[in-house]
Write a protein that binds this ligand. Structure first.
Ligand code: SAT
Ligand code: MN
Length: 583
């Protein structure tokens, strides 16, 4: 395979001249190609074949132990002027960044195969779909891209017809964390990633293209590229309400996207459109429509079980690549929180006989890579070219205190403020301290490809363009009591909160007005069948000025670092809330 696209030809030739691979392989995305690459990786030990009787088509990959998560401190946005990247990004001058990376790429693919991986983000035939080509020296990346994106010959055809594509160059290098960089050049639609084979650093269609580069393009072109799941809630009359929800990595997006309603919600169905990324466009009807640019799930394994996410467990039954989970004697994948007892004779994620003293058997950020089409609740509209119409946007994070279970913003502008003032406790999805509260606006802190101040202004600009924008909500499933226990059961029971959100979108659901927004009125949440103390429910919905005053002060200080980029409307929101909390 090769291409008639001159720019692509020239780029591949120049990368080959720099990196000096032994072979060049153009990926066609076929099943046969996938099987050939997998067989070669089983041969060389990159993949371990799992028990094919119980887990047909499933494999385990163990990454380098220093390469198990995104590396935010090594991730850069290289715009020609520094303020465009904003205080929310690491910045490097583009020419210096290219020089630094090109020196690392020189000869880096000697003895290796260079894979040319054309891919499409978004449904085939969608006006919103965007193409990219990733050049990589990792067969694991090539096969993962086949699961996560629409990869191969059809994507190349799209490039040949539409000409523009994002250029992503990736080499695992020698996996030395000292020589690891994830660089973005949004003005050149280019990504350069070196020294990591881990998902978010190496599968360039995902965070690098579909969020960092796409968010830049979205601002220029008037749409939104967001770190959001998309789901449809079908009521017993067959009417489906679509919502998009932004939570930081490893805060339950995959679980919410595949939610199984409690038995009290007979007749309700949840449809999964996406679990991580949404591209949102204002349509001629004034509504915001969403497509999921991805075709697969790269989800967190630990904690996934029949109890927490039965649909996900069903999705994972076959044709899944696991990364950094533990391995049982029977050749089956295992992780903390999976169903059943911990089997004897486990091998941990580093390939050692499991010993409690070595930490968890599966890495806390161990992952599965699986085609979305395998999900039993995969929406029949997930491939619709125009996407699905969004009625509600939900922001959230992991907060032991402060944020109540759910509240609704007063209007779009207030909703943008709610999103911009989000915070969450950090997780194992990125290297660094876990459990530390940090501001994470719209769950985009690691993913916005430009200055957050301009990003919020872009969000705010939508209210002038339509009167049919989604309502905006904030949720927090992670409130803890004085003993450090979660107060809300979460998982399937989150349906109770989603139901109130659907009710609000339909002009029903009762609410009371609080300084921070509209909260569910007493009895407005459907808690039938749930054993929960009424005092706990009151506590979950409480807005405590004692907690909110320092919170709003912190938000104000956080906004200060954006100096003149911060929209006046957000400053006004800080003032308004501070006032309202006093009275
Ligand atoms: O590593 S990824 O960015 O792909 C997953 C995540 O952290 O959200
Ligand atoms: Mn994510």
């Amino acid at each position: 395979m090769t291409t008639s696209n001159r720019e692509l030809q020239n780029w591949v030739a120049s990368v080959a001249a720099l990196t000096k691979p032994d072979r060049i392989h153009w990926c066609d995305g076929s099943e046969q190609e996938y099987q050939t690459l997998v067989a070669a990786m089983v041969q060389d030990g990159t993949l371990i074949k799992l028990n094919q009787d119980t887990h047909p088509g499933c494999y385990l990959h163990r990454s380098n132990p220093t390469d198990v998560a995104r590396v935010e401190h090594l991730t850069f946005v290289c715009t020609s002027d520094k303020p465009s990247a904003g205080p929310n990004n690491n910045w490097m001058e583009p020419a210096a960044a290219h020089a630094k990376l090109d020196a690392l790429y020189a000869g880096a693919m000697q003895g290796r195969t260079m894979y040319v991986v054309p891919y499409l983000m978004g449904p085939y035939g969608s006006p919103y779909a965007r193409a990219g080509v990733e050049i990589t020296d990792s067969a694991y990346v090539a096969v993962s891209m086949r699961i996560m994106t629409r990869m191969g010959a059809k994507a190349l055809q799209h490039i040949e017809q539409n000409a523009t594509f994002v250029k992503g160059l990736h080499s695992i290098g020698d996996l030395n964390p000292e020589r690891r960089f994830i660089m973005h050049f949004p003005e050149e639609l280019t990504i350069k990633s070196f020294g990591s084979g881990y998902g978010g650093n190496a599968l360039l269609g995902k965070k690098c293209h579909a969020l960092r580069i796409a968010s830049w393009q979205a601002r220029e072109e008037g749409w939104l590229a967001e770190h959001m799941l998309i789901l449809g809630l079908e009521d017993p009359h067959g009417q489906t309400t679509y919502v998009a929800a932004a939570f930081p990595s490893a805060c339950g997006k995959t679980n919410l996207a595949m939610l199984l309603p409690p038995t009290e919600f007979a007749g309700w169905k949840v449809w999964t459109v996406g679990d991580d990324i949404a591209w949102l466009h204002l349509a001629p009807d004034g509504r915001l429509w969403a497509v999921n640019p991805e075709a697969g799930f790269f989800g967190v394994a630990p904690g996934t079980s029949t109890k927490t996410n039965a649909n996900c467990m069903a999705t994972l039954g076959r044709d899944t690549i696991y990364t950094n989970v533990a391995l049982s004697d029977a050749g089956e994948p295992w992780w903390e929180g999976i169903d059943g007892e911990q089997p004897a004779g486990l091998t941990d994620w580093q390939g050692r006989p499991y010993q409690p003293g070595n930490g968890a058997a599966a890495h806390p950020n161990s992952r599965f890579t699986v085609a979305a089409a395998q999900c039993p609740t995969y929406s029949p509209h997930a491939n619709d070219p125009q996407g699905v119409p969004i009625s509600a946007i939900i922001f959230g994070g992991r907060r032991a205190t402060v944020a109540p279970l759910v509240y609704e913003a007063f209007d779009w502008e207030h909703g943008v403020f709610v999103g911009a003032s989000c915070a969450s406790e950090t997780t194992a999805a990125a290297t660094g301290e876990v459990g530390k509260v940090r501001r994470d606006p719209m769950a985009m802190t690691p993913f916005c490809g430009y200055n957050f101040g301009e990003y919020w202004a872009h969000w705010l600009s939508f209210s002038a363009k339509s009167e049919k924008l989604p309502r905006i909500f904030h949720v927090n499933w992670f409130r803890k009591d004085g003993n450090g226990r979660f107060m809300w059961p979460g998982y399937g029971d989150n349906m109770r909160v989603l139901k109130w959100i659907v009710d609000r979108c339909q002009g029903k659901g009762q609410a009371v007005t609080a300084p921070i927004g509209y909260l569910p009125a007493a009895d407005a949440l459907d808690l039938r069948g749930l054993t929960i103390d009424p005092a706990t429910v009151r506590e979950l919905l409480a807005v405590d000025a004692k907690h909110w005053q320092p919170e709003i002060e912190h938000v104000g200080q956080y906004f200060d670092q954006y100096v003149e980029a911060i929209p006046a409307a957000l400053r006004d929101q800080v003032q308004r809330l501070a006032q309202a909390l006093k009275s």
